[in-house]
Design a protein around this ligand. Structure first.
Ligand SMILES: Nc1ncnc2c1ncn2[C@@H]1O[C@H](COP(=O)(O)OP(=O)(O)O)[C@@H](O)[C@H]1O
Ligand SMILES: [Mg+2]
Length: 293
């Protein structure tokens, strides 16, 4: 095996030009998108994808054009949430991959749309011995190709539904350096707040523009008696945002209808805008709009 010392120059790979060309391609794919917003949390299962999908619906309702990049390659859920059927075939032409058309005209690119069957997991390698570094390199490469090959066209917003893990922002920033801002999402549980707190620290150290912190599943409203109760015990999430010096931009109650697929294949927000949860989603969308003004 050759080492770096054995290579003269770039070893004939023309690596500098390759990287420059990729940079040009990435920029040209994204240059007709006005605002790129990441929705993230160090923690999984806190509602990143559901909140992203419903904020997209709210922005569409306000007259904006919106796309969602499902950056969670191992647990993709955006295609499912936005009514893309596993039978919908991707259109690939000489210009690249056309994003899928989700409900309410939301454009989508997700790993799910590239898998041959709905229950197929993403297998980065058949080799059980493959190192974590190798698997993570393949994952980064796959995400870079999704970004570099998708023809988003003109959009007001590209929302990026992030995977769990505070380190994932490095990868996205490498691909999309001109991020407009990041929304952090947590649930009230102490564990979630502990993990999200690390993600906020990381973003501030990296100079990522933070729009604010959202508390999801903040409370539970009983559909029978309308009584409001707590779902998770924990410190007030607003206290976390004050401690971290970032704005607190919304408190979204738990509503069982968020996870129910409606008959019309629509999204929760479009059908329940006037519910406490619908109004809270709109408050978060308004905070994003105020931030980019
Ligand atoms: N405000 C909410 N009310 C009710 N259920 C919710 C709410 N937010 C998320 N959920 C549900 O919680 C589960 C996890 O949400 P998801 O969006 O997949 O989280 P993540 O993307 O952070 O892993 C899903 O079943 C989703 O429907
Ligand atoms: Mg998700």
């Amino acid at each position: 095996m050759k080492t770096y010392e054995d290579l003269a120059g770039d070893g004939g790979s023309n690596i500098v030009e390759q990287v420059q060309n990729l940079g040009v391609k990435l920029r040209s794919r994204l240059d007709k998108i006005k605002y790129k917003i990441c929705l993230m949390s160090g923690k999984g299962g806190v509602g990143k994808s559901s909140v992203t999908a419903n904020i997209a619906a709210c922005l569409v309702d306000k007259g904006y054009t919106v796309g969602i990049l499902d950056a969670d390659l191992n647990g993709p859920s955006i295609a499912h949430l936005l009514g893309i059927s596993p039978d919908d075939k991707l259109v690939i032409d000489e210009s690249g991959i056309q994003p899928g058309n989700g409900v309410h005209g939301i454009r989508i690119m997700s790993m799910d749309m590239l898998l041959s069957s709905p229950d197929q997991p993403v297998m980065w390698t058949e080799n059980a011995e493959a190192s974590a570094v190798w698997v993570s390199t393949m994952e980064s490469t796959a995400l870079r190709e999704l970004v570099a090959d998708t023809c988003w066209g003109e959009l007001d917003f590209l929302l990026i539904d992030m995977p769990p893990g505070s380190d994932r922002i490095d990868n996205i920033r490498g691909l999309i350096p001109e991020l407009s801002g990041v929304v952090e999402i947590t649930i009230p549980s102490p564990l979630s707040q502990h993990i999200v707190s690390k993600s906020i620290t990381k973003n501030s150290k990296m100079g990522v523009p933070v729009i604010g912190l959202v508390e999801n599943m903040a409370s539970y409203v009983c559909p029978h008696c309308d009584k409001e109760g707590e779902l998770f015990e924990g410190d007030d999430v607003e206290t976390l945002s004050t401690r971290k010096g970032i704005p607190f931009i919304g408190k979204i109650p738990f509503d069982t209808r968020v996870s129910r697929k409606t008959d019309s294949g629509g999204l929760f927000y479009m059908e329940h805008q006037e519910s406490p949860t619908g109004k809270a989603i709109c408050t978060v969308a308004d905070a994003i709009l105020n931030f980019i003004k």
